[in-house]
Design a protein around this ligand. Sequence first.
Ligand code: KIV
Length: 305
Amino acid sequence: MKDKVTIHTLKKLRQIGQKICMVTAYDATFARVLDDAGADVILVGDSLGMVVQGHDSTLPVTLEQMIYHCRAVTRAAKRAHVVGDMPFMSYQVSAEEAVRNAGRLVAEGGVGSVKLEGGQEFCETVAKLVRASIPVMGHIGLTPQSVHKMGGYLVQGRDEETARRLLADAIALEQAGVYALVLEGVPLELAQQITDRLAIPTIGIGAGVHCSGQVLVCYDLLGMNPDFKPKFVKRYADLYGGIRGAAETFFREVRAEAFPDEDHSFKSKTIRLVASNPDVKPAEREEKPALAPVEGQGPIYGVPV
Ligand code: KIV
């Protein structure tokens, strides 16, 4: 196994100017593929509320659900550093609650760090988490948990005042102890200024090329949703088309009795089919077992011989 990525690896990657590759995953199957593909960081994002659960925001996601998904991902990710998102209201009420809840993501979910959204107002919380030995990734700019405050999923920091505030947030979070910072939905010029100003890595999503790394929601980059095509998403595959096409072929073959063919069926030399007995009429066959044991062979149901 290749060396496990840690928060220290990520700092080193930033120092040597090697871009950090981060992607979301919510289950073991995806985590395994993305880990094998070379992800440095796998984020169990609360975006699962939208792409897995079908909500129109991340707000309904609970801590229990996050722990469940984190556990699935950490079982499969052998190399990548796994980050667990702190869901809405798991850290906003008090720093003490934040430590308790983040501790559960680490202890029960198995993640190596947690991520939380927000700026200077959460510095005390970040510092407490770090003091409790829980590494924290920050997240500023377009912060989906603040959708109602922002008035929608809108690019942030386009004007001088909000740009200055975001830069101040970034600096304050670094001082509070975050080991990396997600910049979401901000102009690339601002992301560049923030990145240049910080020693920790920045990870961009809709924040341009100058960040220390990039993150995308796995279903977005894989083209799983034909109706979702925001400017910042690049589709690297058409899995919607691929999956739909494969499923349509399966259904067609089932209906045509082309599947399962001999290659995908089990055979037995010791079983005589009741159905091959010309004396048994179809109506009676329905009442009887489809397969009859050969004398002396014992029961055969469910067990291919
Ligand atoms: O929840 C999530 O997937 C995220 C990323 C988009 C950064 O926070």
